[in-house]
Design a protein around this ligand. Structure first.
Ligand SMILES: [Zn+2]
Ligand SMILES: [Zn+2]
Length: 307
């Protein structure tokens, strides 16, 4: 009861706090930058002027399409991208461009709240349906963050996380190279510009270590490196399984799946942990996948020699 009242009291205080902040720094419309009512977010005049992205849109990048029969825009039909799907809220017109510019370069951090509110209103259900477990904003290089004072992607992600109840991990990804601004480059230069620009920080283990146990942290940092050596073999095994299934060689496909998921991994865990302790446990997934890859290659060679 006391705890409940205390939480209620804290929430009340936070609301008062927000009201005082609204009085001191009244919310501004991100389009015209004039003071607006908190409930309006974007003032009614500007709302009429902005161009909301509406269907039909490109299934890959989210850009509006002029031809209703098309699924992808010209860019996405002719190029490959390293993302699955993008969503856009506004068409990047003159007003929208000026708003984003102020948000990025003129310290208009307060726009993040309004952008987040608009984005979640439009795409909240879409995001929730995907059962997203974490939001990871694209980081700035530390020198650029120091110069600008903030990372606009991070504050937007935090506002969205607050509304959607999804944790935001701003330290998981680190920009290790101070890349040139993407807007100053052409398509080919943009791709090269981002090569080896990011690295996953050791904070990835925070996902599994909510109590911030330092011992667990150091074990996991070491162990995850061993664990993820399996990814090369996992990828090859998936390709082999698809190959055998699609060429109607059901038995090898089943054998490989069963070995991977059940038959091999459990005895391997016992055996390797007995041999090498915790290192063996971390390695058992990689060794299992590697063994299955060797077997898959043998099946493949056998099939080829039969043809
Ligand atoms: Zn306005
Ligand atoms: Zn597209």
């Amino acid at each position: 009861m006391i705890r409940k009242n205390f939480i209620k009291c804290l929430k009340g205080l936070r609301r008062i706090d927000e009201k005082i902040l609204d009085l001191l720094y009244p919310p501004r419309c991100p389009i015209c930058d004039k003071v607006t009512l908190p409930e309006d977010r974007i003032c009614p005049e500007c709302r009429k002027k902005i161009h909301i992205v509406s269907e039909p849109v490109c299934m890959r990048c989210g850009k509006p399409l002029s031809n209703q029969r098309k699924e992808y825009c010209f860019d996405c039909e002719s190029r490959s991208y390293n993302f699955t799907q993008g969503k856009a809220l506004w068409v990047y017109g003159k007003l929208e461009k000026a708003s984003i510019y102020r948000f990025k370069y003129q310290n208009k951090r307060e726009y993040a709240k309004i952008y987040a509110s608009e984005l979640t209103q439009r795409y909240g259900t879409w995001i929730r349906n995907r059962k997203i477990q974490a939001i990871i904003p694209i980081p700035l290089h530390k020198s650029r963050k120091k110069k600008r004072g903030y990372n606009q992607a991070e504050i937007l992600a935090k506002e969205m996380g607050k509304i959607l109840g999804i944790p935001v991990y701003a330290n998981l990804l680190v920009r290790v190279r101070d890349t040139k601004p993407q807007k100053t480059l052409d398509e080919a230069e943009r791709k090269n510009n981002l090569k080896r620009a990011f690295k996953m920080s050791e904070n990835i283990v925070q996902l599994f270590n909510s109590e911030n146990n330092l011992q667990m942290q150091s074990i996991a940092v070491y162990g995850l490196k061993l664990y993820f050596t399996a990814t090369l073999f996992t990828g090859m095994n998936i390709v082999f399984c698809i190959f055998f299934t699609s060429t109607e060689n059901v038995i090898p496909a089943h054998v490989l799946s069963l070995l991977k998921g059940l038959i091999l991994i459990i005895p391997m865990a016992y055996l390797l942990s007995a041999l090498w302790g915790i290192t063996g446990v971390w390695l058992c997934y990689a060794v299992t996948e590697c063994t299955v890859t060797i077997l898959a290659i043998a099946f493949y060679i056998k099939k080829c020699t039969q043809i």
